[in-house]
Write a protein that binds this ligand. Sequence first.
Ligand SMILES: [Fe+2]
Length: 211
Amino acid sequence: MIQIIMYRTCRFNAIAGSKLDIMNDLRRLLGPVFLMITFVDIKCFYIKVIAMTDTTNAIGLKTIDTTDLANRLNDLLANYQIFYMNVRGFHWNIRGEKFFELHAKFEELYTDALVKVDEIAERILTLGHTPAHSFTNYIKVSAIQETTQVSEGHKAVETILSNFRTLLIKERELSKLANESDDEGTSALMSDYIREQEKLVWMFSSFLSTK
Ligand SMILES: [Fe+2]
């Protein structure tokens, strides 16, 4: 069966002349495909992909679906890497009467983020793709912004809650896409993350509440 999909990637800088790299990458992953770049902006490529949709990868998922899944997982990976560094900074720089409580809680949080970073990267590899592994890339694609020089507990927790909101939205989108692609492995991983983080949002919000 032939399918036409729109593929969007921000993994490379368009100006850096990586168009050929992306096309070769897609051909390697999808097999014989016809690619047409329909629009290019300063950061991203928009590529029309015409491909055989019945080609499957080593775990029996359609290769055409795993490309989009891996792309979104790489986006989530970038966000987690910045989130990890934000929380690690809060752990180091926190001051005040809640120091011991928050210092320990932030360590718990960044340790968990590090586990998730590894799980996401290894899920990308399991799907047959390559996890991004440079901070140049992470900073470029992450919706979560670097937050530095925070030593006040409430400000740190507010930033964590904002970062969680971004992660949760991305995880739900990924879960939906994984379900549509019959990718139970990615879907189950996202379900775990969502359930854990929704509970943490309640807990950190309670910490901030004065009522
Ligand atoms: Fe420490």
